[in-house]
Design a protein around this ligand. Structure first.
Ligand code: UD1
Ligand code: MG
Length: 451
């Protein structure tokens, strides 16, 4: 089998984004645009991955390595066109002799299946294949000129096209697969005698055809190759991802009561028979097991939810939340970096951070783990079958043993042994008749003023 190497062009800053952040680091579907492209590429098991980045874009290089640890980043200092950008990657691919797949870092919707189809078109008879699409409005795209057998004869950029060529609606996505030997042979022959005076990668096609080779064509849907140039397009890409994820989870056996109000991340994992009510947001890193119910308006990220648990409405699970089987996390409960044991319940108005709650324990309304002392975070360790009364403050580091009971309104600043009752409760002072006397006195004063 021929090996594949991937070059991702990502040197553009993306001026129209009006941002300090390089364009490909903007996010949709819970991941950066670049990360989406690299995930699609990764499915091809590439032997090498090279990102072509602009100057001062170390953050882009780091992002590439966070997805593909041995990815290389090469810097293109002057933006002299797509062919020039590809030539920057050559030293990083020294010794590689398979098929080179060239992708754009700002086209995040591309799927692995489409890329596989394109790469498989490359053969000794057809050393080059282009990914095209039928454009509803072809303005701005390079047009694909095809021959009798459906092969591509040339790509004409909009600015350089004749009126007749401009009427072509079959367009260039920019994604190309090419035999590496042909690529490095043809690339230096590309000139910049065009309206933009740029070195166009698209000129590869005519050069290949002139030297007697064929250029293949793969066609995908326009939506798959939509790029991001501004934040209007970024919002459209987000919508496209959400549509994709909602379909995927519905078909995977989750019930979404109002799918268009639920937001997923690319890596969200949802089991079967999970019910998700309206207005739920899944940030990155969430796994939900079978039979979980997530009630409306919950916000969940970096969390694992075990089978049969019930979350929300209005729950917030933050990174490191591990919710056990059948556990309940109710309204206005925030859980961060904490394990909630099997069958445990925190149903109302609580903060559980840097904590462990043992199986079967009950956390009363208004319980707060006081995990932060202004400098460091500390752990709260609550055993199994503990009853924590409402409005309890657990001042960490602190532990509560199995089966203990904490009386409502307590401030627990010392460890409580298993089976014990702990309470901090000032003596209750009841003054018989006081309220009635007070009210009568106030009313009498008001009446006297009124006269
Ligand atoms: C390119 C194609 C065009 C295609 C269109 C699809 C060429 C000459 N034209 O045009 O046929 O229809 O994409 O969107 O290739 N880049 C660099 N360094 C450079 C120039 C570009 O890294 O010097 C990167 C950009 O950041 C971008 C990609 O390459 O990710 C494409 O460049 P862009 O300037 O958008 O090309 P288009 O004019 O849109
Ligand atoms: Mg473009």
């Amino acid at each position: 089998m021929t090996e594949t190497a991937v070059i991702v062009l990502a040197a553009g800053m993306g001026t129209r984004m009006k941002s300090r952040l390089p364009k490909v680091l903007h996010r949709a579907g819970g991941r950066s645009l670049l990360s989406h492209v690299l995930h699609a590429a990764q499915a091809l098991n590439p032997a090498n991955v090279v990102a072509v980045i602009g100057p001062d874009m170390e953050a882009v290089a780091r992002e590439a390595c966070s997805v593909i640890p041995d990815a290389a980043a090469v810097v293109q200092t002057d933006r002299r066109g797509t062919a020039h950008a590809v030539s920057m990657a050559r030293p990083a691919l020294e010794g590689f002799s398979g098929t080179v797949l060239i992708l754009y870092g700002d086209g995040p919707l591309i799927t692995a299946a489409t890329l596989k189809g394109l790469v498989e078109r490359v053969s000794p008879q057809m050393p080059l294949a282009v990914l095209g699409f039928e454009a509803r409005n072809p303005t701005g795209y390079g047009r694909l000129k095809t021959g009798p057998a459906g092969e591509v004869c040339a790509i004409r950029e909009e600015l350089d096209a004749t009126p007749e060529e401009r009427s072509i609606t079959l367009c260039n996505s920019g994604i190309i697969a090419i035999n590496s030997q042909r690529l490095w042979e043809l690339l230096p022959q590309i000139g910049n005698a065009n309206r933009k005076a740029e070195f166009y990668l698209t000129d590869l096609v005519e050069l290949a055809v002139k030297s007697g080779q064929f250029c293949g064509l793969s066609v995908c849907s326009e939506s798959e190759v939509a790029g991001v140039n501004d934040r209007v397009q970024l919002a459209a890409i987000e919508q496209a991802f959400q549509h994709r994820y909602r379909q995927q989870h519905l078909l995977g056996g989750a019930t979404l009561v109002a799918p268009e109000t639920v937001y997923f991340s690319a890596d969200t994992v949802i089991g079967q028979d999970v019910v998700i009510e309206p207005h739920v947001v899944f940030g990155p890193g969430v796994t939900v097991d079978d039979g979980v119910e997530i009630l409306g308006f919950s916000h969940i990220e970096g969390a694992r939810i075990a089978g049969g648990a019930r979350i929300g409405p209005y729950a917030r699970l933050r990174p490191g939340a591990e919710i056990g089987e059948g556990a309940h996390v109710g309204n206005f409960v925030e859980v961060k970096k904490a394990t909630i044991g099997k069958g445990a319940k925190a149903n109302h108005l609580s903060y559980i951070g840097d904590a462990r709650v043992g199986a079967g324990s009950n956390i009363g309304a208004g319980t707060i783990t006081c995990n932060y002392d202004g400098f460091d975070k500390h752990l709260t360790d609550i055993g199994a079958d503990v009853f924590v009364g409402s409005n309890t403050a657990l001042v960490a580091p602190v532990s509560v043993g199995d089966g203990a009971t904490i009386a409502a309104g307590s401030v627990i600043a010392r460890n409580v042994p298993g089976g014990a009752l702990a309470m901090t409760r000032p003596e209750l002072d009841v003054r018989e008749g006081w309220a009635t006397r007070y009210r009568d006195m106030k009313r009498a004063k008001r009446a006297a003023k009124g006269k």
